[in-house]
Design a protein around this ligand. Sequence first.
Ligand code: ADP
Length: 412
Amino acid sequence: MKNWTPRQQWFYALLAVGALAVVLGWTVETETMLLCTLIALTAVSIWQMLVVPKDRPSSPEEVDHERIATLMARLDRYRLSLSALPEGVILIRRGMTVEWCNPAADRHLGVNLDEHMGIWIQSAIKSQKVRDYLHDGVFDEPIMVASNEPGHELLLRVYVADDTHVIIVTQDITEQRRIDAMRKDFVANVSHELRTPLTVITGFLDMILHGDEMPPETRQRQLELMKDEASRMHSLVNDLLALSRLENHDESERRHPDIVSMSRMVKSLFEEAKTISNGFHRLSLVVETDTAVEGYPNELRSACMNLITNALRYTPRDGEIEIRWSYDERRKVAVFAVKDTGIGISSKDLPRLTERFYRVDKSRSRETGGTGLGLAIVKHVAMNNRAQLKIESELGQGSTFSLEFPSIILIR
Ligand code: ADP
């Protein structure tokens, strides 16, 4: 009876009540029979409600089925998560055959389930270095290997999961290596930039401290050179700090952008440019629009001034420099542009100009007080202020450097 379903239990109970009614129908009066049947039906209902458990316990087969379904669902979730990982994962069974792997393992080592499931790992992997590593069986240190993706490098580790399984995990470290190389280059560049003026200053100081008496004009000249070198170091440190501030800026710490009246700023920059040029160049100013932008005034001022200073540096005597603030109705952008008739830049150098310390002509940049960081700063300012730096140039003809502000940040 324990295995009867509730429906069966009802059926048999009502059958019993029916049989009782038939027996009573022969032996007693109709009223008594009806009363007894009613009592019996009420008793069956109460029995169903109170005695028969509502959730019938599942049979052992049903319990197993449910458990397997839950485990399969969990396994699918794990597989899905591992498949989404950027790291390559290969599960290897004892005997070194491939049991499972994710799509990244195919990209990294060319191992995939369609081809290699149940196959000996040594024949699934092409890289001899990885095969030797697996063969040696000493997995204390990871190894670096070339990825199947051209130009990519991997860090490969093997984890012993249990007595029967090991896991190969590969991580693409190309980007990390590139950043490390950039950092090393940067430190080397900064050291180099500081060493040159320091060598000049210490050399002169030695001469002054230990050298013979020298004419006052010579000493004066040496002191002036030392001052130039010191101010070069000062500019370098200032630019480095500016760059680091721009690079490390945290959105949450930044105050809200201001409304910057570019026409007013451009006019004041033009006055500054005239002072620096000191009549050396032919300067002109064109302000075609009153459009203001949403941005950070100090950053924008320093970026625009950088472009103007470059034009002054790389344009020979009597060359023309035009500073312009305009609005391009067709493209819906406001443009700050500095156009010069200076030395120009060859097309091969153009893509690298905004790299830190990249200079087309090192000695000319140094002579004119350049740090090689100006355009890197301008590029960062442009990014922080949602503008775009555009460079057009022709060697020997001149250049135009522009900052373009899209309409979303314009106030007209
Ligand atoms: P620097 O301090 O050397 O001027 P920048 O980052 O400002 O450094 O510029 C990088 C290089 O781009 C310069 O060294 C120079 O070779 C080139 N350059 C920048 N502006 C101009 C320009 N207006 N005309 C010609 N070359 C320029």
